[in-house]
Write a protein that binds this ligand. Structure first.
Ligand code: GLN
Length: 528
């Protein structure tokens, strides 16, 4: 009996998929468990003001999705996926442990802050190694022509959300008790979750992480024994290109950081300088989003077809920025809305606003099997939408979610609370959109990437989340307050109705344009 038969389960997916499911589930448990407590920890234990805490939070969530680019590069070139996942998991566990120590010493704010920032640095670095590699590994379990990849990535994405559902419940319960000395237990739970994930993966990877022929996957790329003149030239070119990329990123970061109002004299700031108050991390993210994709696609080792495929990934990743920027309002403006304008009374009990954050992962876990089944069903009938159309459907559903809630708040006076049906409905529609877009996007990136660049390109895919997280924070600033009318690119936001419609226009336009482009993109896309 061949090994491939041994590693398949009765439903036909390789057992390795479930190992990746469990590993990712624990990692996301750790990530979202810490995230659920982090803001509260900074404000309630370290006594940061809300603005400072939001800045640290925004920079952390932006950077955490920037480093997958580096982790993807190192994996493709030196370490392979397996080693990167284990290193990433251990680095993150150490990061969570430093947060635990920070919370143990929260009375000594100086030490606690220092430990916290070191911990955050490790989490950012560790996620860079972990996230793109675990996602790429899902695809490697299947042969190139295997049609089950979309459903495999959907099952994997369910693992992400089982972790995200459990995390705030467990870490919130033991860490957010109203006593600042309890935060440490939440961070410790996040640390233990990450260690569990790492141990399970390390113990079982050799047995289950293999391709359909039973060959191990995700090992370090083979080193060539003889280093020829050609190799030397190639690596000299690479270092020259890397230097150009670093310089361009630095220059663009500086340009984006400049306070143009000060230069053009529109600012009443006196005695400041052009970089005063600059958002350096946001600028670095936007600069990287521009420079790195160019660096990758101009690599000389790529042939024309590979370049076209990578170009398609870029086009889709660009549209996906609008999805996550609107979707990530969940942690920002939609939580203000839940808190201030949603009637959360259920039979005399007032549901905490933060509970709405769990609606999406719970709904996702429940709906994921339906969607995996739906794609298979439509596939059998021959009417399954293409992966690119699924991205556009995801964006369209996001727009519908906001349209639904915009309808609910129409003509509602500020301060008047509306039924929770509106927010619940929005999350339900958004979850369906996410299922069309996120797992299918991972699958698409895997299918379109040349094998030797697949983790790096997964890093590029997560770059769009990084940019989107920054953009989400900026857009959330348009949440209407005190009747002040704010203008976004000429669009006036005076009340909640206008605010939600902004996202309808944004994601709706992105959806329509992507639909229109989908035929052309599909025709350029040689299926793997
Ligand atoms: N919920 C997903 C996760 O945590 C979101 C990933 C993304 O690309 N934005 O993995």
């Amino acid at each position: 009996m061949s090994n491939s038969k041994v590693v398949k389960d009765s439903k036909g997916h390789p057992k390795g998929l479930y190992l990746l499911f469990v590993t990712e589930m624990w990692e996301r448990f750790s990530y979202y468990g810490m995230r659920a407590l982090f803001m509260l920890y900074m404000v309630q234990a370290l006594l940061f003001d809300k603005e400072m805490a939001s800045q640290v939070y925004g920079s952390y969530t932006g950077l955490v999705y920037l480093t997958p680019l580096i982790g993807g590069y190192i994996a493709d070139k030196y370490w392979g996926n397996r080693q990167s996942i284990v290193v990433g998991a251990l680095v993150m566990a150490l990061g969570q442990f430093l947060l635990f120590l920070s919370a143990c010493y929260f009375h000594q704010i100086g030490i606690a802050k220092w430990l916290m920032f070191c911990g955050l640095g490790l989490l950012i670095m560790g996620n860079g190694f972990f996230k793109p590699n675990i996602s790429t590994m899902v695809g490697r379990l299947y042969s190139d022509d295997d049609k089950r990849k979309d459903s495999a990535f959907t099952i994997f994405y369910m693992g992400v959300n089982v972790g995200s559902t459990l995390a705030p419940l467990i870490c919130g319960l033991i860490g957010n008790t109203g006593h600042p000395e309890d935060f440490k237990w939440g961070f410790l739970a996040s640390c233990i979750g990450m260690i569990l994930g790492a141990v399970i993966f390390q113990l079982l990877k050799n047995k289950y992480i293999c391709d359909p022929d039973g060959n191990p996957v995700g090992l370090a790329p083979e080193k060539k024994a003889d280093c020829t003149k050609q190799d030397e030239n190639a690596s000299a070119r690479l270092s020259a290109r890397s230097i150009v990329a670093i310089i361009s990123t630095a220059v663009l970061t500086l340009i984006f950081s400049i306070n143009w109002d000060w230069i053009t004299g529109n600012s009443d700031m006196v005695g400041g300088n052009v970089f005063l108050g600059a958002d350096w991390i946001g600028s670095l993210i936007y600069a990287t989003v521009i420079v790195m994709p160019v660096l990758i696609i101009t690599d000389r080792s790529l042939d024309k077809i590979e370049k076209i495929r990578i170009g398609i990934i870029y086009v889709i990743a660009f549209f996906v920025i609008f999805f996550w920027a609107a979707y990530e309002q969940a942690g920002a403006s939609l939580t203000f809305f839940a808190d201030e304008q949603t009637d959360r009374n259920i039979g005399g009990w007032e549901m905490p606003a933060a509970y709405f954050q769990s609606f999406n992962p719970i709904m996702l876990v429940l709906l994921a099997p339906l969607f995996a089944g739906l794609w298979s069903f439509l596939g059998r009938k021959g009417i399954e939408p293409s992966s690119i159309k699924k991205q556009a459907i995801g964006l369209l559903l996001l727009a519908f979610g906001y349209l639904f809630i915009a309808f609910g708040v129409k003509d509602v006076e500020p301060g008047v609370k509306v039924s929770m049906i509106w927010l619940t409905g929005l999350y339900f529609i958004h979850t369906m959109g996410e299922l069309c877009l996120a797992p299918i996007g991972l699958s698409l990136v895997y299918k379109l990437s040349p094998a030797r660049f697949s983790s790096l390109l997964m890093g590029v895919w997560y770059l769009s989340t990084s940019a989107a997280n920054k953009m989400a924070g900026m857009l959330s600033g348009y949440y209407p307050e005190g009747g002040v009318v704010k203008s976004f690119l000429g669009y006036q936001v005076g009340d909640l109705h206008d605010f939600f419609l902004l996202f309808v226009y944004m994601s709706g336009t992105a959806a329509v344009v992507l639909f229109l482009l989908s035929g052309k993109l599909q025709s350029l896309m040689p299926e793997k």
